[in-house]
Design a protein around this ligand. Structure first.
Ligand SMILES: Nc1ncnc2c1ncn2[C@@H]1O[C@H](COP(=O)(O)OP(=O)(O)OP(=O)(O)O)[C@@H](O)[C@H]1O
Length: 187
């Protein structure tokens, strides 16, 4: 199996504080990894390292093309939802119609992004990730704001992604639907 993410002896320092040291990690095609641990232990920082947005203080990070969903919605707030999402629709990305349907966003395609509710924005962020053709999904607290149905929709999206050779790394304080390998930081 191909590794879509590999950390080799990675040390992460932020604001002069060492969050983790000498971390080795492999995430392969078809795998899902949940990052857990207390507030401030470095879960989001690990995702940013994987996305190439942060440099390790030591060690190396190798990653396949990645899509990150964190606090930044990264969708034009003034555009109707479907137009904002189309910006991210990679040439080999999933069909937008199928995505909107899976995430129960079909009725909102003409609504400007800024008017979406918290849970709808979360769904839109997940649609953005899935609209790219990035094999590695990096999700920061993906179920925050989602209702029970959203939880199931996320599971369906992740299953489809891993079944087609993708991988997912998610930082979450709560259990996520499906089978996840777990990495606890800050111990
Ligand atoms: N830009 C920055 N400059 C300096 N320190 C930062 C920066 N961003 C984050 N930190 C610090 O790095 C540490 C880890 O933050 P991070 O967001 O990775 O934690 P986390 O495990 O995701 O936390 P939470 O569970 O609260 O989301 C925190 O102490 C935070 O204050």
């Amino acid at each position: 199996m191909t590794a879509l993410l590999r950390f080799d002896g990675v040390t992460c320092v932020r604001g002069g504080r060492t969050l983790f040291e000498q971390l080795d990690l492999d995430v392969r095609a078809g795998e899902t990894l949940r990052l857990s641990g207390p507030n401030g232990c470095g879960k989001s920082s690990l995702l940013r390292l994987a996305a190439g947005l942060l440099r390790p203080a030591a060690g190396t990070v190798e990653a396949a093309p990645a899509a990150l969903a964190d606090d930044a919605l990264a969708l034009d707030r003034e555009l109707p939802l479907v137009a904002a999402l189309m910006f991210w629709n990679g040439p080999d990305g999933r069909s937008m119609e199928m995505l909107l349907d899976t995430l129960n966003l079909g009725g909102l395609i003409g609504v400007p992004v800024r008017l979406l509710s918290t849970g709808q924005k979360k769904r839109a962020a997940l649609a953005r990730i899935a609209a790219t053709n990035a094999p590695l999904w990096l999700l920061d607290e993906p179920v925050n704001g989602l209702d029970g149905e959203g939880f199931r929709d996320l599971a369906e999206l992740i299953d489809a992604h891993t079944a087609t050779g993708g991988a997912v790394v998610a930082a979450s304080h709560v259990e996520l639907p499906g089978d996840w390998r777990e990495l606890e930081l800050g111990r």
